[in-house]
Design a protein around this ligand. Structure first.
Ligand SMILES: N[C@@H](CCC(=O)N[C@@H](CS)C(=O)NCC(=O)O)C(=O)O
Length: 207
């Protein structure tokens, strides 16, 4: 069994890096500068035809798309305790939040940042406001989305909310910020953040 994370600093692949650190399995990091365009070359496109990062390769099996990466890794390595069992009642909420991240939060942030004017009843994510309200409800009981148990869904949603706060879409104080503070205090997040800083220095942004 071998795991490799194909990753570039300052991208969404940070979320996969955090997942890998939560997983606690040994893995190789294939880190590169996204400005080199390596992710659009044949070798990487064979792993992810979208030509995007992150990609995780487990043995010979590539998996891309953060929601899929999270569910795949959490189920494949159950000893990490990152997903409820397939027949557990919490499984439905777990899957819902894993999909909510890519299917609802991501495009809703796009709507907010890029000022898209689209009919809420016809787009899959509804609207930024509807996403915000549903997420607020989801974070009400806490401390995590599934209650007392942290899961891979918290990595996906935690990373998305952190990004939303950093770029001004969510309040810097209140339940979203408290949730991110809890998530980023985790040792696995801290380790991922240190790796991200190290790799960011290795591949500094073009000036
Ligand atoms: N839907 C993808 C999004 C991944 C994504 O957007 N990656 C960006 C970096 S943040 C990327 O690889 N961009 C390079 C490009 O499109 O050329 C996922 O969930 O993994």
């Amino acid at each position: 069994m071998s795991l490799t994370l194909h990753y570039a600093p300052r991208t969404r692949s940070f979320t996969a890096l955090w997942l890998m650190e939560e997983l606690g399995q040994p893995y190789a990091l294939n880190s590169f500068d996204i400005m080199t365009g390596h992710h659009r070359k044949t070798e990487h496109m064979a792993l992810n035809p979208m030509g995007k990062v992150p990609v995780v390769v487990d043995g010979d099996t590539p998996v891309s798309e953060l929601g899929a990466i999270a569910i795949y890794l959490a189920d494949r390595y159950p000893e990490a305790g990152l997903s409820p069992a397939i027949d557990a009642p919490e499984r439905a909420a777990f899957l819902r939040w894993c999909f909510f991240s890519s299917a609802i939060i991501e495009p809703a942030l796009g709507e907010k940042f890029f000022k898209w004017n689209v009919p809420s009843s016809q787009v899959a994510w509804g609207s930024f406001e509807r996403m915000h309200e549903a997420l607020k409800q989801g974070l009400e009981s806490g401390p995590w989305l599934l209650g007392e148990t942290f899961s891979a869904a918290d990595v996906l949603i935690g990373a998305g909310v952190r990004f939303g706060i950093m770029f001004g879409a969510f309040d810097k104080q209140g339940p979203f910020a408290d949730y991110v503070a809890r998530a980023t205090a985790r040792p696995a997040f801290q380790r991922a953040d240190a790796i991200e800083k190290r790799e960011g220095e290795r591949f500094p942004p073009a000036s």
